[in-house]
Each structure stands twice: as structure tokens, then as C-alpha cells.
Design a protein. Structure first.
Ligand SMILES: NC(=O)c1ccc[n+]([C@@H]2O[C@H](COP(=O)([O-])OP(=O)(O)OC[C@H]3O[C@@H](n4cnc5c(N)ncnc54)[C@H](OP(=O)(O)O)[C@@H]3O)[C@@H](O)[C@H]2O)c1
Length: 385
């Protein structure tokens, strides 16, 4: 049986007991544990994958700490996580026409598209019975994979950073820009100020804004990540200079900095994947008619705001989730040309995936964390590994 990581409600309860219920003291590697997985038999439209490499996604920390909900418990006590992977096709069911053995593919994690293609649920998270890809092998439906753009100029590890975060950023950007353009046409205002707060999704969002000619600013607490984005022409603001917006005075000071940086205008499109104190900072940075987009609630699930104030300033708050499958394919086309992800300096071994999750939890990584799953790589990717 292939090795695979799982998260159990029991492991969460044991870790919670160990730290006296203080979620900030969780060691995520005590919860994300090596297990085994029995793959389902191959169906006619299934594809059997060897997983080559995966990125660690933030929802693993949410699942393992149960800070935004106990998803392992809700799914019957155990989940197999992992919704972003690069794999090699080993075999295909007899009705599969788009893929063949030897192809290299990336996954998307739209678990069940609604009538408009948006996910009702996320694969390997809240989609019932979905089995994730932090595993040596996987059985997926052919609708769940997209050919990997191996000649896009990125390394295999950089490609692995993108299957979940790039479609999310792509969706946030097309929504934010589209909504802004409903209000303010291009001929009235072509060049926009765009702000993103720290995190892998925000970084990619800003790369899209920059690639389309706008001014992009990254407000992050990580010097390494600010520096990496600086090399792509993305400006930055040190979030820690404003104490991560702990008090009203910090938010006020941040408003002053935004005024200075934007000549009093503010930001027209803002990506906030964190909420909590970051939400107030996003509002403080908002220009008239701006759009604040988010697909995350890392620091808080609830937000509060003055509806009258936002109405008067014509500010739109937009809530998004993951992309449609077509949107995921479109985002994949932009690997390398637009999306140039910053990856963490260590490529973790499969045995160290739990530590990678924990270091993400501690927020000590210098970029998106990547885990090499397969020791032996196929010839087709050796030159980019
Ligand atoms: N709905 C969806 O489809 C979807 C898709 C992807 C992600 N998400 C969610 O969106 C959130 C962000 O995802 P991501 O992939 O961008 O995560 P990520 O790459 O792990 O980035 C998280 C960032 O949070 C920042 N941070 C940590 N503690 C903070 C604090 N106390 N105050 C302010 N910032 C803090 C850090 O930025 P700095 O240290 O650089 O400031 C860190 O880089 C997660 O909750 C994730 O689950 C949702």
C-alpha cells in the first residue's frame, strides 16, 4: 500500500490535550502523520498517478489545528490531506482519452463544481470521501488533472508551488479587477494601485497585477519574501513596522503610510486572505470605489464594518473561493510568464512533510514550502529538477 499522510480527530484531541487546549502551542507534525492508503480500484475514467512533488497548503494547518473548524471530525474522524500535487501518469482507465502513461500533470482541487463551475467543496478538505495527494500514489478522475507546463521556464519545484495558489490568485484578480471595472472604466482610470497582504496567494495576485501594468505593493512581515517580490518590480511595505495592526494606532499609522505611498489616493484593489486585524488595515488603505477581495479567513472568520462608510466611499467587499476548472487551466497557462513563485529554501523530503506543515504554522519559511515525494523522477522532468 502507498504511504500517505492522514489527519485524525484523535491526533488533534491528543495534541490539544498535550498543550492544554492552547492552539498556538500545537506542533502540527504531531497531527499530520504518516499512514498508508488503499487506492480505490481504477474506474474507466480514472487516472493512476505517481506523486512526484507537492506543496504544503495553509488549509493543512487549519485542518490539523482545527482552528477554523474540525474538518477531520466532520468527515468521520480522519482525512487524507493534500490538494496540490504534480504527478506522473502511471496508467489510465479505458475511457480516458486526454492522458496517457508518462504524462506529467498538475492537480486542481475544485472538489465539486456548482452550476457555474465554482467549487461547492474542496477536494481532500470538505468534499465527502475525497482522498488527498500527500501520498506516494493517487487514483484521480481525469477531470481532476491538467497537463503540467514543463517548458514554462519554472523548475519542477516552482511548478509544484502553483496548483492551488495560482488558480486562487487568478480568480481573486479577475474578480477584483472585473468588479472595479464595473464601477470605473479603463478610459477613466487605467493604472491602478494594487495591495496584497502577506502570503503565497497574495504574492501571485500581485504578479498578475504587475504583469498587467499596474502598481503592485506587498505588505508583508517577511523580509525574504518582500525582497523576492522586489526583484519582480513589486514594491513593499513592512507589516511589522505597524505591529501587524494590533492596535487602532497601528492601523492609523498604516493609513498614513498608504497616503504617503499612493499620493493620498489609496489602493483600488486589495487582496486580504487573512481577515482579523488585516481587514481593518485593508479598509484603511482603500481608495474610493475600491474592491477588497478575499478567499481566506486565516486570522478570523468574521469581519465587521461600517456599512454607511463603505457605501459612501463606494467600496465593494467580495468573497471568493477556489476557481472553476476552466479557470484553473487558464491560470496554468500563466506559469512562468506571470507566476514566478518564491519557494522556501529547503525542499522537504516526504518523511519531513509534517515538519514542513509545522514550519508553515510557525510562519518561518522564506517562500512556499515544497515536498519531494518521489525519490526517482521520470526522465521528462530531470532537467528541471
Ligand atoms: N478559498 C480558497 O480557495 C483558498 C485558497 C488558498 C488559500 N486559502 C486560505 O487563505 C489563507 C492564506 O493562504 P496562502 O496560501 O496565501 O497562505 P501562506 O502562503 O501560508 O501565507 C500565509 C501568510 O500569512 C501571513 N501571516 C501569518 N501570521 C500573520 C499575522 N498574525 N498577521 C498577519 N499576517 C500573518 C504571513 O505573511 P508575512 O509573514 O509575509 O506577512 C504568511 O506568509 C489561508 O487561510 C488559506 O487556507 C483559501
Amino acid at each position: 500500500m502507498p504511504r500517505a499522510y492522514s489527519i485524525t480527530a484523535e491526533a488533534i484531541a491528543t495534541e490539544s490535550e498535550r498543550v492544554g487546549g492552547d492552539v498556538n502551542k500545537f506542533d502540527i507534525s504531531n497531527v499530520v502523520q504518516m499512514d498508508q492508503l488503499e487506492l480505490r480500484p481504477m474506474g474507466p475514467q480514472d487516472v493512476h498517478l505517481k506523486i512526484l512533488t507537492v506543496s504544503v497548503e495553509h488549509n493543512i494547518d487549519h485542518a490539523a489545528s482545527a482552528d477554523t473548524g474540525n474538518i477531520a471530525e466532520a468527515r468521520g474522524g480522519k482525512i487524507y490531506p493534500g490538494n496540490s500535487a504534480v504527478g506522473e501518469v502511471l496508467a489510465t482507465g479505458d475511457q480516458v482519452t486526454k492522458f496517457k502513461a508518462g504524462d506529467i500533470v498538475v492537480t486542481h482541487c475544485n472538489g465539486e463544481p456548482d452550476n457555474f463551475g465554482f467549487p461547492l467543496r474542496i477536494w481532500a478538505y470538505d468534499q465527502p470521501d475525497s482522498v488527498g495527494w500527500y501520498a506516494e500514489e493517487a487514483m484521480v478522475g481525469d477531470w481532476q488533472i491538467i497537463p503540467a507546463p514543463l517548458s514554462c521556464g519554472l523548475s519542477l519545484w516552482e511548478i509544484a508551488a502553483l496548483p492551488l495558489r495560482a488558480p486562487t490568485a487568478y480568480h481573486l484578480w479577475r474578480r477584483g479587477l472585473g468588479i472595479y471595472r464595473v464601477k470605473v472604466s479603463r478610459e477613466k482610470h487605467a493604472h491602478l494601485n494594487v495591495l496584497g497582504f502577506g502570503g503565497g496567494v497574495s504574492e501571485l495576485f500581485l504578479m498578475l497585477a504587475k504583469a498587467e501594468g499596474h502598481r503592485a505593493v506587498f505588505c508583508s512581515g517577511s523580509p525574504a519574501r518582500r525582497e523576492a517580490l522586489g526583484k519582480l518590480g513589486i514594491e513593499s511595505i513592512d507589516q511589522k513596522a505597524f505591529n501587524r495592526f494590533t492596535s487602532r494606532d497601528d492601523v492609523k499609522a498604516f493609513r498614513g503610510e498608504v497616503k504617503k505611498v499612493t499620493g493620498g489616493e489609496g489602493f483600488h484593489i486589495i487582496c486580504d486572505m487573512l481577515r482579523g486585524p488585516v481587514f481593518q488595515a485593508g479598509l484603511a488603505a482603500a481608495a474610493r470605489s475600491s474592491v477588497n477581495v478575499s478567499a481566506g479567513w486565516q486570522l478570523d472568520k468574521k469581519i465587521g464594518y461600517d456599512s454607511a462608510g463603505l457605501s459612501v466611499k463606494q467600496i465593494t467587499l467580495d468573497h471568493t473561493h477556489y476557481e472553476t476548472i476552466e479557470g484553473c487551466a487558464a491560470a496554468t497557462e500563466l506559469y512562468g510568464s506571470v507566476f514566478k513563485p518564491t519557494i522556501h529554501q529547503e525542499i522537504y523530503s516526504f518523511e519531513n512533510l509534517g515538519r514542513a506543515c509545522h514550519e508553515m504554522y510557525l510562519n518561518v519559511q522564506t517562500g512556499i514550502p515544497i515536498v519531494r515525494v518521489a525519490d526517482e523522477l521520470p526522465d521528462s522532468v530531470k532537467s528541471i529538477a
